[in-house]
Design a protein. Structure first.
Length: 125
Protein backbone atom coordinates (compact mmCIF):
# COMPACT_ATOMS: atom_id res chain seq x y z
CA UNK A 1 0.00 0.00 0.00
CA UNK A 2 2.82 2.46 0.84
CA UNK A 3 4.35 1.86 -2.60
CA UNK A 4 1.08 2.25 -4.52
CA UNK A 5 -0.88 5.05 -2.84
CA UNK A 6 -0.18 8.48 -4.37
CA UNK A 7 1.28 11.15 -2.09
CA UNK A 8 1.26 14.94 -2.39
CA UNK A 9 4.97 15.42 -1.64
CA UNK A 10 8.01 13.10 -1.53
CA UNK A 11 8.25 11.03 1.64
CA UNK A 12 10.48 8.37 3.19
CA UNK A 13 8.61 5.70 5.17
CA UNK A 14 10.61 3.69 7.70
CA UNK A 15 9.30 0.33 8.84
CA UNK A 16 10.60 -1.77 11.73
CA UNK A 17 9.73 -5.14 13.17
CA UNK A 18 10.68 -6.38 16.61
CA UNK A 19 13.38 -8.82 15.46
CA UNK A 20 16.94 -8.34 14.21
CA UNK A 21 17.09 -7.25 10.58
CA UNK A 22 13.36 -6.54 10.36
CA UNK A 23 13.57 -3.04 8.89
CA UNK A 24 13.10 -1.28 5.60
CA UNK A 25 12.68 2.19 4.16
CA UNK A 26 10.45 3.09 1.23
CA UNK A 27 11.23 6.25 -0.72
CA UNK A 28 8.10 7.64 -2.35
CA UNK A 29 7.71 10.51 -4.79
CA UNK A 30 4.39 11.74 -6.12
CA UNK A 31 4.52 9.18 -8.96
CA UNK A 32 7.04 6.46 -8.02
CA UNK A 33 8.24 4.34 -5.12
CA UNK A 34 11.31 2.23 -4.41
CA UNK A 35 12.88 0.43 -1.49
CA UNK A 36 15.75 2.50 -0.16
CA UNK A 37 19.28 1.21 -0.65
CA UNK A 38 19.71 1.42 3.14
CA UNK A 39 17.04 0.29 5.66
CA UNK A 40 16.96 3.67 7.39
CA UNK A 41 16.12 7.29 6.60
CA UNK A 42 17.76 10.67 7.18
CA UNK A 43 16.12 12.92 4.55
CA UNK A 44 18.38 11.38 1.93
CA UNK A 45 16.90 9.43 -1.00
CA UNK A 46 19.21 6.52 -1.85
CA UNK A 47 17.24 4.27 -4.24
CA UNK A 48 18.47 4.03 -7.80
CA UNK A 49 16.88 6.74 -9.90
CA UNK A 50 15.62 8.75 -6.92
CA UNK A 51 18.84 10.14 -5.45
CA UNK A 52 19.39 12.65 -8.25
CA UNK A 53 15.82 13.98 -8.12
CA UNK A 54 15.51 14.53 -4.36
CA UNK A 55 16.81 17.70 -2.77
CA UNK A 56 18.17 16.87 0.66
CA UNK A 57 16.25 18.80 3.31
CA UNK A 58 18.70 18.58 6.14
CA UNK A 59 22.10 19.34 7.50
CA UNK A 60 24.57 16.63 6.38
CA UNK A 61 21.84 14.10 5.53
CA UNK A 62 24.37 11.65 4.08
CA UNK A 63 26.46 11.84 7.28
CA UNK A 64 23.36 11.32 9.44
CA UNK A 65 22.39 8.26 7.40
CA UNK A 66 25.88 6.76 7.82
CA UNK A 67 25.76 7.37 11.60
CA UNK A 68 22.29 5.81 11.90
CA UNK A 69 23.36 2.72 9.95
CA UNK A 70 26.54 2.37 12.03
CA UNK A 71 24.60 2.30 15.33
CA UNK A 72 24.33 -1.24 16.67
CA UNK A 73 21.33 -0.46 18.88
CA UNK A 74 19.17 2.56 19.67
CA UNK A 75 21.45 4.96 21.57
CA UNK A 76 20.42 6.44 24.91
CA UNK A 77 18.76 9.79 24.24
CA UNK A 78 21.65 11.65 25.91
CA UNK A 79 24.13 9.94 23.55
CA UNK A 80 22.60 11.32 20.35
CA UNK A 81 25.34 13.48 18.86
CA UNK A 82 26.37 15.16 15.60
CA UNK A 83 25.79 14.58 12.78
CA UNK A 84 22.43 13.10 13.91
CA UNK A 85 21.99 16.02 16.31
CA UNK A 86 22.44 19.21 14.27
CA UNK A 87 21.38 22.88 14.06
CA UNK A 88 18.05 21.90 12.48
CA UNK A 89 17.10 19.29 15.11
CA UNK A 90 13.69 19.83 16.72
CA UNK A 91 12.90 16.34 18.09
CA UNK A 92 15.15 13.36 18.85
CA UNK A 93 13.73 9.89 19.40
CA UNK A 94 15.54 6.77 20.52
CA UNK A 95 13.24 3.75 20.24
CA UNK A 96 13.34 -0.01 20.26
CA UNK A 97 10.62 -1.75 18.22
CA UNK A 98 10.42 -4.43 20.93
CA UNK A 99 9.25 -1.74 23.36
CA UNK A 100 10.49 1.38 25.07
CA UNK A 101 11.45 4.81 23.83
CA UNK A 102 12.83 8.16 24.90
CA UNK A 103 12.36 11.51 23.19
CA UNK A 104 13.44 15.08 23.74
CA UNK A 105 12.72 18.40 22.08
CA UNK A 106 15.61 20.52 20.83
CA UNK A 107 16.25 24.02 19.59
CA UNK A 108 19.19 23.32 17.34
CA UNK A 109 21.75 21.25 19.22
CA UNK A 110 20.49 22.41 22.64
CA UNK A 111 17.86 20.47 24.65
CA UNK A 112 14.61 22.44 24.96
CA UNK A 113 12.50 19.91 26.91
CA UNK A 114 12.91 17.25 29.54
CA UNK A 115 13.23 13.65 28.34
CA UNK A 116 9.95 11.78 27.95
CA UNK A 117 10.51 8.04 28.22
CA UNK A 118 8.61 4.80 28.41
CA UNK A 119 10.74 1.86 29.57
CA UNK A 120 10.53 -1.61 28.06
CA UNK A 121 7.64 -3.69 29.32
CA UNK A 122 5.48 -0.79 30.55
CA UNK A 123 3.04 -0.75 27.63
CA UNK A 124 1.38 -3.82 26.21
CA UNK A 125 -1.22 -3.64 23.43
Amino acid sequence: MLRETPVAVPVIFTLAGSGPGERAAIERTEAEAAEAAAPAAANEFTAAGEAGRWRSRGHDSAGRLRAILAAKAPPPIDAIAPPVLNPLTRLALSADAAGGFALRGYEGAEPATAVLSLPHGVYRA
